[in-house]
Design a protein around this ligand. Structure first.
Ligand code: SF4
Length: 350
């Protein structure tokens, strides 16, 4: 059995991501000449403990979905390590293993996709959709497959009697449950959920989030939960990583990040989270402009063109990721000095 490093003595580490990079060539013209590089993910590092849920948040185009896809080798990373602790006790670098080894590893690492409709084959019955991973990996045949599909449908709150129906006969929330059942078919240990509720009605979002929370507890799952909306992940995540233009700009336990943000970008995201008490008035920080292109990121601090605290040094020098407190890091020259607004500050002022 391999050594299992501990996360502050509380959880065994299941995933260690070190300096992960995913760069894509930028091509133009008739001949598709390479004219630059899109640094979609540029040096992302974090660790994840068993049964821990980490939120990966940021605006559209910040690289969070690319991180999720690269972790599961849907893209071949440009650089870095993705060390995964397998169920047999060995460590494997997902970034470097062969496609054949990766196929085997996909039993333990699975993904839930954003759009429950387009991720389900409309020509297959629900039984065949959920059974697909079992068939591909040779994990069940005949009546055992049908029994396993029934078990999975029950686990996600669907009636097994409906397994002969097609995806279009279900609502959006039910379709996402079908997607979750398919993801669970091979008993994975790590699930990357890419915006799993953003395509659903608000009324259904809470049901699916509750389902994921219940499954996480019952099946002892570890999750990376990708979302553009901090308010979606705040209740389900143990810790949150904030991404901006391919880099992590802050990572902290959820409560700490919400109450005591140390990066101005996180402060803006936190200000958009509706307060629990509707009588509390909070300043909504509206960021000017769009997320810059990762093909041509700004000099110095990548956030400086939109930062209301920017000073001269911010245009010239890249800020390092610094430790603020145990398990709390932020990438800002003034992380120790700025007094940023968190949810607790707002509650105190009310
Ligand atoms: Fe803002 Fe400067 Fe901090 Fe970047 S380094 S977040 S520009 S204050």
């Amino acid at each position: 059995m391999a050594d299992r490093p501990a996360d502050n003595g509380k959880r065994d580490i299941i995933l260690k991501v070190k300096d992960l990079k995913m760069h894509f060539p930028l091509r133009q013209g008739m001949l598709q000449r390479r004219v630059g590089t899109i640094k979609a993910v540029d040096g992302v590092s974090f660790e994840l403990g068993e049964q821990e849920v980490m939120g990966l948040v940021g605006e559209s185009g910040c690289g969070k979905t690319t991180v999720g896809r690269t972790l599961l080798r849907l893209y071949d990373p440009t650089g870095g390590e993705v060390l995964f602790h397998r169920s047999d006790g060995s460590w494997v670098d997902v970034a470097k293993i062969s496609r054949k080894e990766m196929k085997d590893l996909r039993k333990e690492m699975r993904m839930i996709f954003q759009d429950p409709f387009s991720s389900l084959n409309p020509r297959l019955t629900v039984r065949d959709i959920i059974a697909e991973p079992l068939v591909i990996h040779g994990e069940a045949t005949g009546s055992a497959t049908t029994e396993r599909v029934a078990e999975l449908m029950q686990a996600v709150g669907l009636k097994p009697a409906y397994m002969g129906r097609y995806p279009h006969e279900f609502s959006g929330g039910q379709r996402q449950r079908i997607g979750v059942a398919r993801t669970l078919a091979l008993n994975p240990r790590l699930i990357v959920a890419d915006e799993p509720v953003s395509a659903l009605d608000v009324s259904v979002q809470a049901q699916v989030l509750n389902l994921l929370q219940t499954l996480k507890d019952e099946l002892r799952l570890t999750f990376i939960f990708i979302s553009h909306d901090l308010s979606v992940v705040e209740h389900i995540c143990d810790k949150i990583a904030v991404m901006y233009v391919g880099k992590l700009v802050e990572l902290a336990p959820t409560d700490e990040l919400l109450r005591n943000p140390k990066h101005p970008y996180t402060e803006a995201l936190v200000s958009a989270v509706p307060p629990a008490d509707p009588l509390i008035k909070m300043e909504r920080i509206i960021l000017e402009g769009d997320v810059p292109s990762p093909a041509n990121p700004p000099s110095g601090c990548i956030f400086h063109p939109r930062c209301r605290y920017a000073k001269e040094i911010c245009q010239e020098e890249v800020p390092p990721l610094v430790n603020i407190a145990p398990n709390h890091v932020a990438r800002c020259h003034f992380a120790d000095e700025l007094e940023l607004q968190g949810v607790a500050d707002v509650a105190n002022e009310a």
